[in-house]
Design a protein around this ligand. Structure first.
Ligand code: FES
Ligand SMILES: [Fe+2]
Length: 413
């Protein structure tokens, strides 16, 4: 393996080399060691491919993937790359297929990704065709292992990745089950283009320190303040996290005003506060739960707005965020309306999270000439474990702990 281009100057995860966000070798190694390595990549929802033959096209890192349900009701995933010349096998975002036929020279594949047909394999009128030695079983797109947990479909190129429950760990499993405890339905989707390296977005998701500072809406309307009850869970590997809080109007304090923080001010009022009017549906009182799974999956509950997000690297300084909004199958029309209305809170133009789509770009632009320098991630100390308070960057350090383990960078002094 080639030498690591990036040097970690300290053993801990409190200093992050900026080179990791701008280096081509790093990006190439991430594809091999992370996205093709011992991880589970989120692919789609089982609810999106409900019947035999329904499929979606997606990605594991850079690699295009087809996810499809076969007649045996099992879900299969394989590389979306024709074994002949490498064209995409499936071109649509989603659909229904008896089998798949490449448009280029019509080689065909069954729903499990096996090459089953080669056009003119025997030639025409005794001329041409493939040699006798050509064996279809020896050719085909690479297949992924598939795991389904609570209706989330994950895929892995690794034979050695642990079972999905072990990969996630008990606490993360419980927190996923808490939200995805009954059948869901897709109620909306879009793709957000991010002007930054994929890792900057993943760090942002895990960064419970920024939420009430960057997002004026959160703080001003008291959806999330660090004085509210809540905490951060980081799993053993460091790579997965949950940040949660409970709206508590009594927790209002002067700490934001006292520090003259931009996000706390009295100038703004909502003319129509109905966007904040939710209904109680979780009996633990948690009104906000953001959960991430390494490397690029997010499950979100912000009041009644439920969504999954799939983060995909698109080159070094670009990423793509695929949002899928969810409701439960048994929602009443009123509940559905609330979910749709609250979806205005998040996404690229969301009242809360529009800043997240911009701030990664601010970092990417800010570090342009600082490849050899590093970020400071020391809020809450050095550790990368669970924490009761949220004025911490513990889960960001957790991300780097997992990242370094996958990338083989732990040894740096
Ligand atoms: S590239 Fe697919 S059949 Fe030729
Ligand atoms: Fe944010």
């Amino acid at each position: 393996m080639q030498e690591q281009a990036i040097q970690w100057k300290r053993g801990s995860n409190t200093r992050i080399p900026y080179g990791l966000y701008v280096d081509e070798d790093v990006a190439a190694q991430e594809q091999a060691r992370i996205f093709h390595g011992k991880v589970w990549n989120y692919l789609c929802l089982a609810a999106e491919i409900p019947d035999a033959g329904s499929y979606r096209t997606t990605f594991a890192g850079d690699t295009p993937v087809v996810v499809v349900r076969d007649a045996d009701d099992e879900i299969y995933a394989f590389e979306n790359r024709c074994a002949h010349r490498g064209a995409l096998i499936a071109l649509e975002k989603s659909g229904h297929a008896e089998n798949f036929q490449c448009v280029y020279h019509a080689w065909s594949y069954n729903r499990q990704g096996d090459l089953v047909g080669v056009a003119f394999e025997k030639g025409v009128k005794g001329q041409g065709g493939m040699p006798e030695t050509f064996c279809k079983e020896e050719h085909g797109p690479r297949k992924l292992r598939v795991a389904v947990f609570c209706g989330l479909v994950f895929g892995s190129f690794s034979e050695d990745v642990p079972d999905i429950e072990d990969y996630l760990g008990e606490e993360i499993c419980e927190r996923i089950e808490r939200v995805l405890h009954k059948p869901v339905q897709v109620i909306g989707r879009f793709t957000q283009a991010l002007p930054n390296n994929w890792k900057l977005y993943m760090e942002n998701v895990k960064d419970s320190y920024h939420a009430s500072l960057l997002h004026m809406f959160f703080t001003t309307f008291e959806l999330n303040r660090l004085s509210q009850k809540g905490g951060v869970i980081v799993d053993e590997s460091g790579g997965h996290h949950v940040s949660y809080s409970m709206i508590d109007r009594n927790a209002r304090d002067d700490s934001y005003k006292a520090q003259a923080l931009r996000s706390d001010n009295d100038r703004y009022r909502l003319k129509d506060p109905s966007v904040l009017a939710g209904f109680e549906e979780f009996d633990d009182g948690i009104t906000l739960q953001i959960l991430s799974v390494f490397p690029g999956f997010v499950l979100q509950q912000i009041q009644n707005c439920l969504a999954v997000r799939q983060l995909l690297p698109k080159g070094i300084q670009r990423a793509e965020l695929n949002w899928t909004y969810l409701g439960y199958l048994d929602d009443t029309p009123e509940q559905r309306k609330v979910r749709l209305k609250q979806s205005n809170l998040v996404g690229p133009a969301g009242f809360i999270s529009m800043e997240d789509g911009a701030v990664g770009g601010f970092v990417q632009r800010g570090i342009a000439g600082a490849k050899e320098l590093e970020a400071v991630v020391e809020m809450g100390g050095e550790h990368a474990g669970s924490s009761e308070g949220r004025a911490t960057e513990t889960s960001v350090r957790g991300f780097w702990k997992a990242y370094r383990a996958h990338m083989g960078q732990e040894g740096a002094a």
